[in-house]
Design a binder for this molecule. Structure first.
Ligand code: BDR
Ligand code: CA
Length: 312
């Protein structure tokens, strides 16, 4: 079977790091490149962290392109309070030796989508959507060439994690999200409704540690670090591993359930800026533009993740 070509657009972030590792561990996926964006922490740190993760996986060959350093129309909002000052707090890893790839992430997205056969490249955004939206605005010809966008972002029944109404990735750059959701590209959304059901437990974290590898140790240490925030906030047993849900969907789509519905982004609301208004009950008559997930087989997800991380 031919490996599926993907580009991971990311703002690492511990859960982004686990998503990258899951992709690099999976032969079904051909990671054409990693593009970084400002989000959890500023761009210089997300660009550094993406390379730290590639080196942890022994994959210095993966090209990492730095992208947009701020949202399209707003001031950058970051999340050090969740991810720590470095964005990857929890374990001290060596600074990367691999250089950034030459060129801007947006140019890489445009060039790659023009070079590869139409309908063969899947975009996997797991941070704010600034790079993808900027590429779509600058080169509209690439939009119909995208096979699919599978993204982490938004929330409906679970409402917000950064405001009462909005999820972080969409809130940071709502104008970018609006462009992407209106693009006409087939979209699969992993919102908080799903990721808040993909919680770590002691047993799941210890299973990572028990791999006995540098990757297993790092993933357990990262998880231990960011668990503290969600456990204090939600009183939950563990923390959601948001971003790996995107990669897990590519590997085992049957782990997830959802509905093909209309999703609009609130770009004006004073109280609801960045909300993903998902027409879950199909009450508006607006055309469906996204597969909005709601359920996950969490046991199956963690089994897949642990089995794949063991390969690194
Ligand atoms: C999303 O925001 C970031 O903090 C995480 O990496 C994830 O992509 C969850 O709201
Ligand atoms: Ca992220």
């Amino acid at each position: 079977m031919r490996a599926r070509k993907i580009i991971i657009d990311t703002d690492p972030g511990q859960d982004d790091a686990v998503a990258i590792l899951l992709a690099l561990a999976s032969a079904e996926l051909d990671v054409l490149g990693i593009t970084t964006v400002a989000g959890n922490v500023p761009l210089p740190l997300t660009s550094k962290n993406a390379r730290v993760v590639c080196e942890l996986a022994g994959r210095e060959d993966v090209r990492v392109f730095a992208g947009c350093d701020r949202p399209m129309a707003r001031k950058l909002v970051t999340a050090e309070y969740v991810h720590g000052k470095s964005g990857l707090d929890g374990i001290a890893l060596p600074d990367p030796t691999m250089p950034l790839a030459e060129g801007h992430a947006v140019d890489f997205l445009i060039e790659t989508l023009r070079e590869e056969a139409p309908g063969t490249v899947t975009l996997c955004p797991i941070g704010p959507l600034t790079n993808v939206a900027t590429a779509f605005l600058r080169a509209p010809d690439i939009v119909p060439r995208v096979a699919e966008i599978v993204l982490m972002g938004g929330a409906y029944f679970e409402v917000g994690n950064v405001t009462p109404a909005a999820e972080f990735n969409i809130y940071v750059d709502p104008e970018a999200a609006d462009i992407v959701f209106k693009s006409g590209v087939p979209i699969v959304v992993m919102p908080l409704d799903v990721t808040h059901k993909a919680l770590t437990t002691r047993a799941r974290v210890e299973a990572f540690r028990a791999l006995g590898t540098p990757v297993g140790h790092a993933v357990a240490s990262w998880t231990d670090f960011f668990e503290r925030f969600d456990m204090a906030k939600y009183g939950s047993e563990g923390a959601p591993l948001h971003d790996p849900c995107v990669i897990a969907y590519l590997l085992e789509p049957d782990l997830f359930t959802g509905r093909h519905v209309n999703v609009e982004i609130e770009v004006k609301g004073e109280l609801t800026l960045g909300m993903t208004v998902a027409d879950w009950w199909r009450v508006t008559g607006r055309p469906a533009n996204a597969m909005f997930m709601g359920g996950i087989d969490a046991g199956g997800f963690y089994a897949l993740l642990t089995e794949r991380l063991a390969r690194l």
